[in-house]
Design a protein around this ligand. Structure first.
Ligand SMILES: [Zn+2]
Ligand SMILES: [Zn+2]
Length: 360
């Protein structure tokens, strides 16, 4: 009797395990296919309301941070997608955010520090392969952009030929490989240079102060009555403040002297003199969180989104140290950016919706 019950129990357990595996596998594969359809059909992209949408494809800096890729900002204006900078590991955050990389219309570079261009080759390749483009990706920037684009085109040249040979010129048209530099003159202080105007989206470039790195620019985006200003890398800049006047959103870089001093002390204790010196040097060409907040207050900006965070903030607890003093000088809302942080500015309204794009 007990033996029979024991055998039946074992048989039942085996059936449950086998069914669980089979049904579980079927369900997970079904879910996976649904996600592919949602991304490729544009269903996830349709979640962005008409207006300006800002998504951080990279909220970090050159300092490794497991929740933040190198600096990268996607700007979505209605059906248009443009990207500012392409830091290390950032391009994969586009599809993860439901932003079709094949539809990126243009890239704008702020300056040519490697942390802002690391993923440019990947962006060119992904945009080409995902949508069979027949012309290269336009890459806008101040003088120097032509050298950067030519370098990536050369480095990716062999792979470009492999892709065409493997898939054929209909699937991967040879003319769409790489990028094409769109150089604009560096604007003078006080001068705003409209570098792009397409289907209601206007992009204005202005100079910032990242010396000795020059040229270095920021960008203002205007679309259907909404506006967002991106700092690029800069120390506190009065010129940036002027172009941020009345903007709905300021996306500003920030370095925390309080937290960087911990890196300096750690490098000293570990006896790594060059790192110790670098952590001291970087303070003089970036903006502190409080300084960025002062700009946001003076410019009357509705929301301040921090990105290009230095140092890494791997613990939530560090956010409050990063933000010390900010609420004393700025009365608007602030967000400490993470990868896929999302601010929606619906067209012709004054709404500011803050969220985060979920990855599938
Ligand atoms: Zn940088
Ligand atoms: Zn820089």
């Amino acid at each position: 009797m007990w033996k029979k019950i024991g055998i039946a129990a074992i048989a039942f357990a085996v059936i449950v395990i086998v069914l669980n595996r089979t049904v579980g596998d079927t369900l997970v594969l079904h879910y996976m296919q649904k996600q592919v359809v949602k991304n490729l059909s544009g269903e996830r992209f349709a979640e962005f309301p008409d207006g300006l949408n800002i998504v951080l494809c990279g909220a970090g800096s050159p300092i490794p941070d497991s929740t933040r890729a190198g600096p990268c900002v996607a700007v979505i204006a209605g059906p248009q997608i443009v990207v500012v900078d392409a830091g290390s590991g950032s391009v994969r955050n586009l599809p993860l955010s439901g932003i079709p990389v094949g539809k990126v219309a243009a890239v704008f570079l702020t300056h040519f520090h490697s942390d802002h261009i690391d993923d440019l080759g990947d962006l060119m390749m992904q945009r080409w392969g995902n949508a069979a483009h027949t012309t290269p990706l336009p890459v806008y920037g101040p003088p120097g952009v032509e050298q950067v684009v030519a370098g990536f085109n050369m480095a990716y040249g062999l792979d470009d030929s492999y892709r065409v040979a493997h898939h054929g010129p209909t699937i991967i048209p040879p003319g769409g490989a790489g990028g094409v530099a769109k150089t604009f003159a560096t604007p003078k202080p006080g001068e705003g240079l409209v570098v792009y105007e397409q289907d209601g989206l206007k992009v204005t470039s202005f100079v910032v102060d990242h010396g000795p790195v020059a040229p270095a620019v920021g960008y203002r985006f205007d679309y259907k009555g909404r506006s967002a200003v991106l700092s690029g890398d800069t120390k506190k800049s009065a010129n940036l403040e002027q172009f941020a006047k009345g903007a709905d959103l300021l996306v500003h870089e920030a370095i925390s002297p309080a937290l960087v001093s911990v890196l300096t002390a750690g490098a000293k204790e570990a006896g790594v003199a060059n790192i110790e010196q670098i952590t001291i040097d970087i303070l003089n060409y970036h903006t502190t969180p409080v300084e960025a907040a002062e700009i946001a207050e003076a410019a009357g900006v509705k929301h301040l989104l921090y990105y290009h965070l230095v140092p890494a903030l791997p613990l939530q607890r560090l956010d409050s140290i990063f933000l010390r003093g900010v609420s004393d000088v700025y009365k608007g809302r602030v967000t400490v950016g993470k990868d896929r942080s999302w601010v929606a500015l619906p067209a012709n309204s004054d709404k500011v919706i803050v969220g985060r794009r979920r990855s599938p």
